[in-house]
Design a protein around this ligand. Structure first.
Ligand code: AMP
Length: 411
């Protein structure tokens, strides 16, 4: 079946123009499946990873509706709130809204912690329609009376699984409690562990359910392989792998911030330029590292799971797992950084004896064995200190619509 174009989805001309200018010609599957329902005000449960086009899938209908129904004088309070787990992701969503909404009078701002709140408060005081926020800072500003969510039409919870993993559950619940009952809620998550599906079913009203890649299934275009290697030999192996100049844009994953710094230092010693991003880096340092990596100025980005989650960088050729994640689903997120937009990619993992149990979890989740490039499993396997396991219940598709329309009168 031929996929639809954006015109057929019912979006307004200023949005179609912005899409043409960005050379977005055909909707991605999640856009094609979700935009018509969202324009009909349905709630949505989207099971989708970053890279599927989900940001535009929720931004386009929100911009469409705000522009259609928005009448001067401009409201003094936000009508749409988008929650994201990390500041990088919030900034990226803001950039996406900026470019998709460039021909519309819709105003937005991005709110996140780790920086002074002054500019964020000034933007709110001038008036914004869409707020993209991380939960902690949003709650802070709500508590200080700088923002009210009483008039929200659209509430988007992006990367809900990661948000809960990062311990934001209480903040998220407080934010939800401050929203009006009548609203449109969009919930996105790459995986659906029990806590996440529980939250989804408590806040969504008969959602349309859209799953764009089968849950926890890796992109088939990624060649996945593993080296069995003692922990002490990993630095040498990494330098060797990166000695191959065809490996041009690589994200190296570690489990901890400390290890990310150490790996970046070792690479520098070996003459390989790299940048590290993790939660201890300042906002400025993280943005700079991402910019340099994106532009190709540095070839290697060393990252922890949380810092890298949701980051959208094109043409990443390789993902190297210097350390395997202790939660198998994180492996899927990591390798999903490569093979974006139809490209192929490679994921190389290093597994030391203490990580063999993690590897087994990963292979079980992926239902495949990784190609072994070197070494062999140790017979003498120490117990891992912390095992992560998350159930992935496969919930049956449920497709009902909610007729209630968020009231413009609230504005
Ligand atoms: P996301 O999953 O929202 O992070 O989007 C992943 C990438 O796909 C981003 O770089 C978007 O700019 C890009 N993208 C989103 N929708 C389309 C589209 N319809 N055509 C081409 N690229 C797109």
């Amino acid at each position: 079946m031929q996929s639809k174009n954006f015109e057929a989805l019912g979006l307004s001309e200023p949005l179609l123009r912005a899409l043409r200018e960005q050379q977005f010609e055909t909707p991605t599957p999640i856009q094609e499946q979700s935009i018509p329902s969202l324009l009909e005000k349905c709630d949505l449960l989207g099971i989708a990873q970053t890279g599927t086009g989900k940001t535009a899938a929720f931004s386009l209908p929100i911009l469409h509706e705000l522009a259609e129904d928005w009448e001067p004088p401009a409201p003094k309070f936000p009508l749409s709130i988008i929650l994201a787990p990390t500041r990088e992701l919030a900034i990226q969503i803001g950039e996406s809204i900026e470019s998709l909404g460039r021909h519309l009078p819709v105003r937005h701002t991005v709110i996140f912690g780790g920086v002074s709140q002054k500019r964020q408060v000034s933007a709110l005081q001038r008036g914004v329609d869409i707020v993209v926020a991380t939960p902690g800072r949003l709650l802070d500003l709500m508590n200080q009376g700088h923002i009210s969510l009483n008039h929200i039409w659209h509430f988007v919870l992006d990367e809900a699984d990661r948000m809960l993993d990062m311990g934001f559950i209480h903040d998220v619940k407080k934010i939800i409690a401050a929203l009006p009952k009548e609203r449109q809620t969009l919930f996105f998550s790459a995986t659906m562990p029990k806590t996440v599906s529980g939250l989804a079913s408590s806040i969504l009203h008969d959602p349309v359910r859209i799953e764009v890649t089968p849950q926890s299934t890796p992109v088939e275009r990624i060649a996945q392989s593993v080296y069995y290697v003692p922990a002490a030999d990993k630095n040498g192996l990494l330098t060797n792998i990166l000695g191959d100049k065809s490996i041009n844009k690589t994200i190296v994953f570690t489990r901890t911030k400390h290890r990310a710094n150490r790996v970046a230092q070792q690479l520098d010693k070996a003459g390989i330029t790299s940048a590290a991003i993790h939660g201890n880096k300042s906002q400025g340092a993280r943005q700079k590292a991402l910019k340099n990596f994106s532009s190709g100025e540095v070839r290697v980005l060393v990252a922890t799971d949380i810092a890298a989650r949701g980051i959208d960088i094109d043409n990443v050729s390789h993902v190297i797992n210097f350390e395997l994640p202790n939660i198998a689903e994180d492996y899927v997120h990591r390798i999903g950084r490569t093979a974006r937009a139809g490209a192929s990619g490679a994921a190389i993992s290093m597994c030391d004896p203490s990580e063999q149990a993690y590897l087994r979890d990963i292979e079980k989740l992926m239902q495949q064995q990784l190609d072994v490039l070197g070494g062999q499993p140790s017979q003498d396997e120490p117990k891992p200190t912390k095992r992560g396991s998350r159930a992935s219940p496969n919930r049956r598709a449920k497709s009902k619509r909610y007729q209630g329309k968020p009231k413009k009168s609230a504005a």
